[in-house]
Design a protein around this ligand. Sequence first.
Ligand code: GAL
Length: 648
Amino acid sequence: MKRTLGVCYYPEHWPEAQWAEDAVRMAALGLTWVRIGEFAWKRMEPSEGNYRWDWLDRAIEVLGAAGLRVVLGTPTATPPAWVVAKHPDMFAVDENGHTRGYGSRRHYCFSHQGYIGECRKIVTAMAKRYGGNPHVAAWQTDNEYGCHDTTISYSEAARVAFRDWLRGQFPGAGNDGDIDALNAAWGNVFWSMDYDDFDQIGLPNLTVTEPNPAHVHAFRRFTSDQVVAFNRVQTDIIRAHSDAPIAHNYMGRITDFDHFAVGADLDVASWDSYPLGFLEDRVGASSERQRAYAQQGDPDFQAFHHDLYRAVGAARGAHPKGGGRWWVMEQQPGPVNWAPYNPAPLPGMVRLWTWEAFAHGAEAVCYFRWRQAPFAQEQMHAGLLRPDSVVAEAYGEAETVMAELANAPEVTVAQAPVALIFDYDADTAWTVQPHGAGLSYFGLVFDWYRALRKLGLSVDIVPGTARDFAGYALVLAPGLMQMADDLKAALAAAPGQVIVGPRSGARDDNFNIPTTPMPPDWPGSDLVVERVQSMRPDMRIALSGAGTVHSYLEQIAGRGAVVLETEDGAPVAVTCGPNATYMAGWGDDAAHMRLIQTVAPQLDVEEMPEGVRRRQTGAETFWFNYGRSEARIAGQTIPAAGVLRQAT
Ligand code: GAL
């Protein structure tokens, strides 16, 4: 498959007389894809049942006639005022019990059946009308599930649906669940929290002090299932009328629903990559690092999500090891409007970000957006064109990439030497019980990812449901608080080396500490976690040799060989089997890099200069320089904000 570029376009924002010229300019730039429609519900259905497809018919025709392929978005992220008036209780409710209001977007609760009915109607009407349209070459469901903190809702609709979901989790006689089983599983004897009936179960907000973690954990699993079900309503309808692939555009560092489960209903995973916005508002880097990379973005954050969504893209159908189909559906082209500070990218970065996506196997990169809007919320958000249609900086970089693509190979993905497990349910478990302020599963996994990348390694992210680890020299499984026995067995039998911990198997499926035996209960090992502590962010415990641990440290006992220990001689990493090492703490980069190299010395490691990262695809090797000055590597020079690409 060819690597392609595209753009996000809103025909409803511009006079119809401008469409044809826009389409011709997009095609002249070499773009393949144009995504439209995802917020245009009010223009498609101005009042209930009164569909207006004429303008959309013409827009698709104009774009298609110019040679562009349309990605058609369903508009369910922006229910218009008439939908809200008809279903006044369709809003999500926040943790404080406040209803989230109308006037922006994503103002719905995933559990509201009346709203789901409205979605079913508009998506059915769209799918029937455009399912056979030759220019509609792909679909996008909704827009960025979970963005603006919209997965979890404490609404009445959610309460009713949660009780039913729990009845299904604890089945009893007839249609009712087994409430005694739930009480026992959650340990409700503690503080006399036992329920007599499922209808007494509330949502885990507004409690006087901490709610039962088992309750919170169940509620979060339920909300994830609600997102999956919401999306499936749309994919079932679209598939009944269209053969075109279906995608959803996920976001960066949104972990409160299981993207692999949503992905099982989609053909292509895609995500919206805003490197500078993310650095300011969700990477969690130190202020010194934020300053150093303010105009480039974090050197690992984009790649992490590329690798993650390549895995999510493999959730449906059969794919070779290494991952499935994925795109960048929205690529930051210049300053955005929504982060605390919104700097301009360094010259070269839009090109670098685009090539980095291709290096990680993207089929397409679409820039957000074609033209900057002079009105409403995103007036301060750059596009490829200025509001007056003059080209903006990113346009030239897209042109450069187009020219370079002419001589580049097709999309290639090879299995990486290292697999890193990322499990959304584990993220939920850490969110429910971080055991220390700010400790997050995402943060831990991302730290391991950065250590691998500083060693120049390419990584396959794999889901927690993976059981086949053949071909990987090293598998990392940090922080899996709940670990199925068959996952432990598959890892213990993996042909490569495995690093697990901390918190491996620390909770059972009902969020209780297993006691027979105590964690981690690793096959064939006597290793036991005797005590756990979390630490202030400014505390560091030095290891003998390089590196420190911080944030989280377990006291472990057993006969395994010590691989890392503190300066005081406490074991931090120990072997727990012929191929497995248990890491009992949260290491810094030096500790993680040491452990990787000690455990898997056969890996082709190349230590990267600051800001430089390497990615190997089988057909090509890439080096990306996120730094502000040129870097030397492999006997070559990479300019600041530059890319080096070599055939292998
Ligand atoms: C994305 C969103 C777009 C637009 C963009 C601005 O999160 O999907 O609709 O709002 O951000 O950066």
